[in-house]
Design a protein around this ligand. Sequence first.
Ligand SMILES: *Cc1c(COP(=O)(O)O)cnc(C)c1O
Length: 381
Amino acid sequence: MDTETTGLRVHARIDIAAIAHNLARIRALVAGPPADAPRIWATVKADAYGHGIRRILPALAAADGLAVTQLADARDCREAGWNAPILVYGGLLEADEARRLDMPDLHLVLSHAAQIDWLEAAEPSGPPPWIWLRYTGDIGYVGFDDAGYAAAYARCAVLAARGRIAGIGHLNHYGSAEHADGLARADARFRALARGLPGPRSCSNSAALLRHPDAARGTDWVRPGLALYGASPLPAMDGPALGLRPSMSLHSRIVGLRDVAAGEHIGYNGAVRVSVPLRVGLVACGYGDGYPRHAPPGTPVRVDGHAAAILGGVTMDLLPVDLTGLPPIAIGAPVVLWGTPELPVEAVARHMGTIAAELLTSLTRRVPVIPFAPALLARTP
Ligand SMILES: *Cc1c(COP(=O)(O)O)cnc(C)c1O
């Protein structure tokens, strides 16, 4: 083990150069004729998908804007030195926030009429924000539906005419963009809804722009999240196959070795039944670190560079892996839980019945982070 990991039972590596690479890759993918190339809202919600906004901001210097969940996150980005536009997906949480909009280049996504009430009622307190009206779309969670969208637009147009807001954009979010036929219907409805209404359009998340780049090219802003971190949302292709580089990997080490006889049980309440003689390694990582407790037997890991699999039975601090048939593995042998090109986080997530974004955002505070790419870090904006 290298000295920076001495004494660490588990650690995450964050490669911010990979994020800069992925951003460039996404830009190339959606680039059409230069005048029409969509701009990029780099999505950094959930503390940049678990990477830490401050840590990775230097890698996003070439993005056109950041997208966050709530206003408090936007303030964090400003404090960290981000001076370009910021889009807030959650818009306004309460009336009070509309009275304290003191941030330049702020873009608020509005998804219900009370948010427009709050803007109308508030005294102007700073530079007028941009507004993006969100359509409920095929995901059907928050947003204005077919019946309410035009009226919301009309109210916002009045605010714009009074100089209370800087402009109005149109935002849609897809529910199943990773599928070949997952976009056409949702897109047609959104187009019909916003037809004739002036203002920029923003539709594509990672799945949409990777699976349907032509549709993304026809919009004004795209909103990648997961792809920036090198993971693929597409079922049939992992990030490296799409030219993306994983930006977070999770590492641990072997802290126990046992030969377990057939018929024995190990783990709490005999969680793991051993049916053939096994060489078992105990890895110093568990649900207390953010590795899911319900990860099923067979979930892949890499031990000392070899493919291996967990046996289930994840505890707070430990998880057992099957080392049977591998070359001799010693105490202290390095273990990768996810996030290298050989073990993409999305492949691991699939085995667990979840998605990459959940794993990336689940690491707990006790996992130390070791950043890469010092050269890039030195160029903090
Ligand atoms: C999270 C989010 C995105 C980014 O999604 P990914 O699938 O991670 O690319 C884009 N738009 C909205 C509205 C979001 O909430």
